[in-house]
Ligand binder design. Structure first.
Ligand code: PLP
Length: 403
């Protein structure tokens, strides 16, 4: 038998950038009895959560909900809009952009990935992993594509491996300025619900998200928000699809139902999360994450450690990446903190392995849980022999008490 109560006394500090700590209110909603997914109460629940997702994505168009993790929703966006061998243009902002590129390649699409043109003194091995999408490079590439062989541009809104956001409206403007018909597919898996996101206004064709980050749910459901152009493209797209096919789902969603069995209890949780976001107000939710992020960054700056995101305009409100000094294995620091203080921090992924760790500031948090997080990190850094220029905990206290 596996003992599920893994942790010692007190709450475990889940400070990874998703799955995020789930509020008790959502956990209670998830614990309601499972109902008949073809019965009348279910239809009402389905209609409510779909309308709620439209508000959160800021769209008037259909939002498809899948019983799958974010990776499934990535695949869904591609198979519904493209045909085998189609050319897609991606931008390497970090590990998740790279993984989406790998997935598209495995599916038989012709992928091309653009990278940041520039250097970086702190991380010369991965300069682009400290930056966002460069819309001007997308413009230049699309301008060259006079035959319009590129069918989609794929970008990540909040790169969870680095803590860098990208300007999605600028990417749309670049596509339009190049007078190119490519669709714009956007991964906002870790942005939605914590960072401002506007599917219709920013001109995204498919926006992809997941439950386990800003929506504060456990992992297990994910989303595609559609545009009329994406729906039109899906009518002639030839990638094989059945489970992921939008047409049957959107049709059955009119009554609040799905063709296959839904994740009923996660939808209860989603309904509760939507109520919580609505009660607080979306702008207030975004401002709260910005404030948390500033408090955490003030600590990192006081420690004298570089922040993974090199451009202050692109700091993520969701997570902060911290680069450890040369010779200090960031993973060893993270493991020490987990063992000694029962706190999980995000690991450095891909090219960043061992060079940095990530602090999540999303989900069921508050000023004091974040200050405790900073305390655990400060203790862990000192125990690992890192020379700090000052106390991040003091800087965090100053920020949170005064802001
Ligand atoms: N894209 C981003 C930006 C992510 O943060 C993640 C997961 O953390 C994924 C895609 C993959 O989603 P999942 O792990 O839910 O399949």
């Amino acid at each position: 038998m596996i003992k599920l109560d893994f942790h010692p006394t007190g709450r475990h500090f889940l400070q990874i950038p998703g799955p995020s700590p789930v509020p008790d209110r959502i956990l209670r909603a998830i614990s309601y009895p499972t109902i008949d997914h073809r019965g009348p109460e279910f239809g009402a629940l389905g209609l409510k959560v779909i309308a709620g997702m439209q508000k959160i994505f800021k769209t008037r168009h259909p939002v498809v909900i899948y019983p799958a993790s974010g990776t499934g929703a990535w695949e869904a966006a591609l198979v519904n809009t493209l045909s085998p061998g189609d050319h897609v243009l991606m931008f390497e902002t970090g590990q998740f952009a790279s993984l989406w590129n790998k997935l598209a390649t495995r599916m038989g699409l012709k992928t091309e990935i653009l990278s940041y043109q520039g250097s970086d003194e702190v991380l010369p091995q991965a300069p682009g992993w400290r930056q966002g999408v460069q819309a001007d490079l997308i413009f230049d590439r699309l301008k060259q594509d006079t035959g319009h062989s590129i069918k989609a541009v794929c970008v990540v809104h909040n790169e969870t491996s680095t803590g860098v956001t990208s300007d999605i409206a600028a990417v749309r403007k670049a596509i339009d300025a190049a007078k190119h018909p490519a669709l714009l597919l956007v991964d906002t898996i870790s942005g939605l619900g914590s960072a401002d996101y506007r599917h219709d206004e920013w001109g995204a064709d498919v926006s992809i998200s997941g439950s386990q980050k800003g929506l504060m749910l456990p992992p297990g459901i994910s989303f595609n928000a559609l545009s009329p152009r994406a729906i039109e493209a899906s009518k002639s797209a030839k990638m094989p699809r059945a489970f992921w096919a939008w047409d049957e789902i959107v049709d059955m969603n009119k009554g609040g139902y799905w063709p296959s069995t839904s994740s009923t209890n996660l939808l209860y949780g989603l309904s509760e999360a939507q109520d919580m976001i609505e009660e607080e107000g979306m702008d207030q939710v975004f401002a709260r994450h910005q404030r948390w992020a500033k408090g955490v960054r003030s600590a990192v700056q006081a420690w004298g450690l570089p922040i993974q995101c090199a451009d202050p305009k692109l700091y993520s409100p969701v997570l902060t990446g911290v680069i450890t000094p040369d010779g200090i294995d960031a993973d060893a620091v993270r493991q020490l903190i987990q063992k000694r203080f029962d706190m999980s921090l995000g690991t450095g992924l891909g090219k960043l392995k061992g060079r940095m760790f990530r602090i999540g500031h999303l989900g069921d948090s508050n000023d004091l849980t974040l200050l405790a997080t900073l305390t655990g990190i400060e203790m862990g850094l000192k125990l690992s022999g890192v020379k700090l220029s000052g106390s991040g905990v003091q800087a965090g206290m100053d920020y949170f008490s005064q802001s």
